[in-house]
Design a protein around this ligand. Structure first.
Ligand code: ATP
Ligand code: MG
Length: 171
């Protein structure tokens, strides 16, 4: 099985379109308190986890908390789509500011898988076209992740790979 050797102190970006399985993956591999989800912070500031209007306040809050965790030497996972270079730059900058390793775990599964999952969800009111746009943005920019500053870039491309991957924390 593929193995991800994660530095004990890292800022981990889960990267992937909506319904790629980021939150599910996070729950399987990390403590709830290690995972900072953009939806959770949208809800915290606006009572609506899908509120796009709250994006700026949600991310400001998320990054504030992430910075506090890194100051305390706590591994932190950012559960947001992060399909755009601008969104990822903020993550890399924060990691650098705290002298921790920025790591990207990319869930780049087939579009058909994401659309089938999306169709089953009641908590994502937007159209599947949104997923297509996010996937296109990700695939257009995926090759650049290392250059953006991520020190490790792991790309999982099938449900089987996602299922089998092991995460080990190394000192
Ligand atoms: P969003 O960006 O919208 O928050 P997400 O990337 O966090 O999406 P999840 O909420 O983790 O995606 O998963 C989307 C749906 O797909 C959920 O209904 C979840 O149960 C299902 N799912 C996620 N991972 C798997 C998996 N490995 N096998 C089967 N179903 C999965
Ligand atoms: Mg999610």
């Amino acid at each position: 099985a593929p193995q991800i050797n994660l530095p004990e102190l890292a800022l981990v970006a889960l990267v992937g379109a909506s319904s790629a399985g980021k939150s599910t993956f996070a729950a399987q591999h990390f403590l709830p308190s290690e995972v900072l989800s953009s939806d959770f912070f949208r809800a915290l500031v606006s009572d609506d986890e899908n509120s796009l209007e709250a994006t700026q306040d949600a991310f400001d809050s998320l990054f504030f908390v992430a910075g506090k965790r890194l100051e305390r030497g706590k591994l932190t996972v950012i559960d947001a789509t992060s399909v755009k270079p601008d969104a990822r730059r903020r993550i890399v900058d924060l990691a650098r500011a705290h002298d921790v390793l920025p790591v990207a775990i990319v869930l780049d599964l087939p579009r058909s898988v994401l659309e089938a999952r999306h169709a089953e969800r009641l908590d994502r009111p937007f159209s599947a076209a949104v997923i297509g746009k996010q996937m296109a943005e990700l695939r257009r920019t995926l090759r650049g992740l290392q250059k953006e500053g991520f020190r490790q870039v792991w790309v999982l491309r099938t449900p089987e790979e996602v299922q089998d991957v092991q995460i080990r924390r190394v000192p």
